[in-house]
Design a protein around this ligand. Structure first.
Ligand code: AMP
Ligand code: MG
Length: 326
C-alpha cells in the first residue's frame, strides 16, 4: 500500500520520487492529482498505467511560475492577461506548444497544443522545488469518481502509487475550467472550478462553449466521474432503496425513505456543493445503493461544472466489466 505523508513534511520525499521517474499523488486546490515529470516519457507512461487511462487523452502540465509556463507554451497578450488574473488557480489554458518545450509527446497526445495550469500551495511549491513542469491528471482510476482527499486516493489507487501526499480536503473540489485560446477567440473545453462569468469579466469577450461539450442529453456523453451506483438526475422523489444526494433546503418527495441522505449544500451554495460533490458521491456509493437519486442543482457559478460532472456520472457505461472489476 502507498505511504501517506502530510504535506507539511512531504516535499523532499515527493521531489526525490519524481526525480526517480515515479508518480506521486499530490493535493491541489481542485482535486488530488497524480503527478510525474512531464519531460520523462517513462514517468508519464506510469500515470496512464496507474489510472488505466487511454493514451489519446492529453494531460495538463502544471507549472510553478510564468517563466516555466513560457518554456512550454506560447502566450498571446490575452493569454497573459488571463494568467495574470487567475493564476495560481483553477484555470487551465490550452495554448500552442512552445518550440523545444520540455514536454513529452505522451503528455500532449501528440498535439501541437498544451494544457497549462499553475496550482496553489503544496503542488506549486513541489513544482518549484523540482524545477520542471509536472503532468498531472486527477488521482483516480480513469472514468471513476475524482478524489478530494488522501483517503479517497488511497482507496482507489493505493496499490498503484508509492506515495500519497495528504493536504486535507480539496478547497475547490472540482477539476479546473479548461479554456482554449485561438487569437481573440475563447472556447471552454470543460467547465470547472472557475466560473465562466469571472473569465468573461477579465477577457472582455464572450466565452464560447464547445459544441457537444454542453450537456444536451446524457446519451451523448461518454461516461466519466462514475460511481458504482447509477445516478438518477433532477429527482423530485425517492424510489425504493435509493440513496439521495440533496441540494438546498427543499427536499424531494419521500426523502425520508432514502436509505442514505447527504446534502451538497443545505444553503444552496454552488461553491460549497462543488467541495462536497465527489466525497458525497463516494460516501453514498459505499452504502451499496443501486441508484443514487440527485436533486436538481443550481446552474449558476460553479453549478455549471457540478451539473457537467453529474451528467457524465449518469451517462450510460460502456465498460461495465472494467468498472466492476476495480
Ligand atoms: P484531466 O482529465 O482532468 O486530466 O484533464 C485533462 C483534459 O484536459 C483532457 O481530457 C483534455 O480535455 C484537456 N486537455 C489537456 N491538454 C489539452 C490539449 N493540448 N488540447 C486540448 N485539450 C487538452
Ligand atoms: Mg479526471
Amino acid at each position: 500500500m502507498a505511504e501517506i505523508l502530510s504535506e507539511v513534511v512531504a516535499l523532499e520525499a515527493a521531489r526525490a520520487r519524481l526525480a526517480d521517474g515515479e508518480t506521486v499523488a499530490i493535493p491541489t486546490e481542485t482535486v488530488y492529482g497524480l503527478a510525474a515529470d512531464a519531460g520523462n516519457g517513462e514517468a508519464v507512461a506510469r500515470i496512464f498505467a496507474a489510472k488505466r487511462r487511454p493514451r489519446f487523452n492529453p494531460l495538463i502540465c502544471h507549472v510553478a511560475d510564468m517563466a516555466m509556463a513560457r518554456r512550454i507554451a506560447v502566450f498571446s497578450p490575452l493569454a497573459e492577461r488571463l494568467a495574470q488574473a487567475f493564476w495560481p488557480g483553477p484555470l487551465t489554458l490550452v495554448l500552442p506548444l512552445a518550440a523545444g518545450a520540455p514536454v513529452h509527446p505522451l503528455v500532449t497526445a501528440g498535439l501541437d497544443s498544451v494544457g497549462v495550469r499553475m496550482p496553489v500551495g503544496f503542488a506549486r511549491a513541489l513544482i518549484a522545488a523540482f524545477g520542471r513542469p509536472l503532468a498531472a491528471p486527477s488521482a483516480n482510476s480513469s472514468g471513476r469518481v475524482s478524489a478530494t482527499s488522501a483517503e479517497a486516493v488511497a482507496a482507489d489507487l493505493g496499490t498503484r502509487v508509492g506515495l500519497i501526499v495528504d493536504g486535507g480536503p480539496s478547497p475547490v473540489g472540482v477539476e479546473s475550467t479548461i479554456l482554449k485560446i485561438d487569437g481573440d477567440r475563447l472556447t471552454q473545453l470543460r467547465p470547472g472550478g472557475l466560473a465562466i462569468a469571472d473569465i468573461e469579466k477579465v477577457a472582455g469577450v464572450t466565452v464560447n462553449r464547445q459544441k457537444g461539450g454542453r450537456v444536451v442529453a446524457p446519451g451523448m456523453l461518454s461516461s466519466h466521474y462514475a460511481p458504482r451506483a447509477s445516478l438518477r438526475l433532477d429527482a423530485v422523489d425517492v424510489g425504493e432503496g435509493e440513496a439521495l444526494l440533496g441540494f438546498g433546503a427543499v427536499r424531494a418527495a419521500r426523502a425520508k425513505k432514502a436509505r442514505a441522505f447527504l446534502n451538497l449544500s443545505p444553503k444552496g451554495d454552488p461553491g460549497e456543493a462543488a467541495r462536497n460533490l465527489f466525497s458525497h458521491l463516494r460516501a453514498l456509493d459505499e452504502t451499496g445503493a443501486a441508484i443514487i437519486a440527485v436533486e436538481p442543482v443550481s446552474h449558476t457559478g460553479l453549478g455549471e461544472a457540478i451539473n457537467d460532472r453529474l451528467a457524465r456520472a449518469a451517462a450510460p457505461r460502456e465498460d461495465e466489466t472494467d468498472r466492476s472489476a476495480s
